[in-house]
Every structure is written in structure tokens, then in C-alpha cells.
Write a protein that binds this ligand. Sequence first.
Ligand SMILES: Cc1cc2nc3c(=O)[nH]c(=O)nc-3n(C[C@H](O)[C@H](O)[C@H](O)COP(=O)(O)OP(=O)(O)OC[C@H]3O[C@@H](n4cnc5c(N)ncnc54)[C@H](O)[C@@H]3O)c2cc1C
Length: 464
Amino acid sequence: MILSPVDAEFSFAVDVAVVGAGACGLCAGLAAAQAGAEVLILERDESALGTTAMSTGLIPAAGSALQKAAGVEDSPEQFANDICAKSKFRTDENIALSLAKESAATIDWLVEDQAVPLSLVDSFLYPGHTAKRMHGTPNRTGSELMGSLCAAAERAEVQILTEATVTDLFVDDDDRILGLRCRRPDGSNEDLECKALVLACCGFAGNPEMVHKYMPEIEAGLFFGHPGNKGDAVKWGTALGAAVADMNSYQGHGGVAKGYGIPILWPAIVEGGIQVNQEGLRFSNEALGYSEQAVNVLQQSGAVAWTFFDETRHNLMLEFDDYRDAVTAGAIRSADTLQGICEQTKLPFDAMQATLAEIDRLAANESADEFGRVFDAKNALAAPYYAVKVTGALFHTQGGLVVDENGQVLRPDGSQLPNLFAGGGAARGISGPDASGYIAGNGLVTATTFGRLAGITAAKLRRV
Ligand SMILES: Cc1cc2nc3c(=O)[nH]c(=O)nc-3n(C[C@H](O)[C@H](O)[C@H](O)COP(=O)(O)OP(=O)(O)OC[C@H]3O[C@@H](n4cnc5c(N)ncnc54)[C@H](O)[C@@H]3O)c2cc1C
């Protein structure tokens, strides 16, 4: 809710308050503190985790020192073009380019200034990316990324107040945020004064009413995001007259292991794997992207599909912690023969034989199937086979508050709100108006880079 400052009982004051302790909030807090501001990050949960800790933690950037050291040629223009092409040029191209231009500085800053142990993922290309530009921590997990960011916050003496749910903002007649109210576990309220506010509390995937309203196509899917993200940024922002955009846009995933809750990452598909339904039939161009594939999977009988691949892809996937967990948990079936894997999965042998024969035929001719996926020799699958039953899921929302290139929140006429910033899932993303525009990395590039830039800009408003 938006409250009048006359109702505030401020018990303490900081320069920059940050709502939410995920990647965006931590980057905003670290950058603001480095720029000389006194910062407090408020987090509703007992620990700083958020969607970020559930993620694979891969952050794209063009022109990072790690890319240069690996001899990868890339440029912000190439990265921005990949982002825009995935959204069919239905996103803000200026914001995409400015994020792409700042992305390398963010990665270099995380590595050099914040000691986050990132390395370049050089084993494969994610769909839609034309250069190897994903950066991740050693085990490629978001929990490891969050651990490093929290350690950096501790070193920088950036305070994180946990179990502090921000409920209200105090705003004057000029739309200036003067402070906020948070609720503590014992039910008491605390009011905090601030000079600038960064909304890093992600989107509304954890709010079923908003999901129903803005993205009914995915509401029947598995919710595999952070339940604490209730859409507070959008609610406060719209109450203040801020613009919102792309509210139907989200990151879906067409490959969460059914019954295990482990995402089976898309390298299994882009490197040659396929998805079949329970009838043993392919039903889409699964290589287009995992986000839009969520709805395609949900439309199959039982709202499930099988991700099907072979030992070459299995070995590649072992790079990922999530996949190793899926193996240990028993989610991945394997057999030396097609007959064997069909017995384990109950997939119909005849249909699977025909499906694989068709892929072999397409691969031999290097031609496209009825869905537009081109197969070549590299796609041919060979025994032993691997399969995992998956369903479609909602990860996080991509629509939100419209911001400028520094993460400052804008009104519909393009004017800035005086001291309100947003980034990550709280802000409008760069995926266009629907799930098909999400290219891998859109979540964390906006969280880390908007977070860093919002922190730097917000720090300029500090008390003197
Ligand atoms: C399984 C999975 C894999 C993914 N893999 C990748 C990947 O490899 N690369 C990529 O780019 N993206 C990935 N994503 C997306 C990425 O995780 C998100 O885009 C990103 O983490 C969002 O960061 P954030 O800081 O905006 O939000 P979050 O990390 O969700 O942090 C928001 C925080 O705000 C807190 N909060 C909310 N409301 C309040 C309130 N009122 N008061 C106080 N605190 C509040 C929440 O508790 C939460 O801790 C993945 C997502 C999932 C689910």
C-alpha cells in the first residue's frame, strides 16, 4: 500500500533501501555501498535465496574478460540482436542494447570486485545465442551464486534484514519515496526512512490471482519459482502511476522432471535430444527454446512428455549439478536398447522406432521436420538411450515496471519517478510480450545488470 509520510514512525534511516535479497537486490546493494551509500536490504524470508537460488545461475554477457581469455568473439550488438531476434523484435531494443553493453562490466565487477567465482560455460551454445556467453559458478547453481553474493555483502558490510516483509511505502505529493514499512515475524511493524528505493522483489509468479489474470495459459503448469514473489513491485508501482509492460511474458520450462522437481536443462535437447509424448510422437520444435515448450508439453496427454536422448548427451549433461541430482534421484531412465527403454518408460516401441527412423532420415538429408527443426548428423541418436518424464512449468514472470537504462522507474509519459528503481523480475524484462521471447539468461542479465546500475544511480541520491 502507499501511505502518507505523516503516518510514518521512522526508527532508522539509510541512503538506499532495497526490497528483496535475490541476485538483483544483492547487486544493487553491493553497487550502492561501493558508491558510498549506506544500504539496507530487506528480505521477507529467513535467508537470502529467492528465485536466484533455485536457478542454474548462468549469467550471459558479451565482451567479458572471461570470454576474451577463452578467445570467444562477441559484441554487445551481437548479444542485443540475439535477444531481440528471440522476442521477434517485440522488446525495447534500446534497453536490450544498453543491457548488453553493460553486461560484461557486470561480470567483470562480480569476478574482480565481488570475488564471485564465475567461469565461462564453453561446452555448448544455448538456443538463440550466437556466441558462448554464459557465465556460471563452478557447479552451475544459483544457490552457489547466492552464497557468493551473500559472502560479498558480508565483506562489504551490506546489511540484509531477513524476515522483514515490506508491506507499504511512504510517498510524498511529488511521488518521492520517503521510506517504507516492514512487518516482522512477531507481527510488529518497523518504519525505515530512505533517500532512494530499489525494488528487487521479483515478479508475480507466486501470486495465483495475477498469474490467472495475465498468463492463464500457464496457470495449470507446475509452479517452479519462488513463492514469496507476490507482485508487490507491480502493485506499488502502478499505485504510484508507473508504467508496466509485457505483463503476459514469463520464463516457462518444458522439462522439469515429473515427480522430482528437477529441471532437465536444454543442452540435452539442443545437442540432439528430442521430446515425445506418451504416444511416442514428437509434437513441436523443441529446440526453439525451453520457455515456450512449457505450454506445448502441458498440451500433451497427462500434461507430460519424455525428454529422450543418448549417452553422448547424457555425458554432456553431467556438467550440471541439477542433472547429476536427477540421476541420483532416479529420474533418468536408461537402457542399452530401444526395446529396453520402451519397457522402462512404457513408451510404445513401434511409434518410438518410427520416430527415431524419421530423425535418422532427416539427419541424413540435413532437412527440417514438419515443425521446422533441422536435423543433421550430429542429431542422430544411438543406443544406449536415456529418457526422463517431464512436465511444463512456470519459473518467473518477465513483465513488470518500465524502467530506463539505469533501472529508474518510468511513468507512461516516459518521465522518471524521482527516487524509485527496479530490476530483475520486478522490472519489465527483455523478452517481449509472451513466453516465446525468453532467451536463456534474460532473467539474470536483467537482475545483475539492472541491479548494479540501479544501485550506482540510487547512491547518487544519498544524504550529504
Ligand atoms: C529453475 C530455474 C532456473 C533458472 N535458471 C536461470 C539461469 O540459468 N539464468 C538466468 O538468467 N535465469 C535463470 N532463471 C531465472 C532467474 O532465476 C530469475 O530471473 C532471477 O533469479 C530473478 O532475480 P531477482 O533478484 O529479480 O528475484 P529473486 O531472486 O526471486 O529475489 C526476489 C526476493 O524478493 C523477496 N521479496 C519479495 N517480496 C518481498 C517483500 N514484499 N518484502 C521483502 N522481500 C520480498 C523474495 O522473498 C525474494 O527473495 C531460472 C529460474 C528458475 C526457477
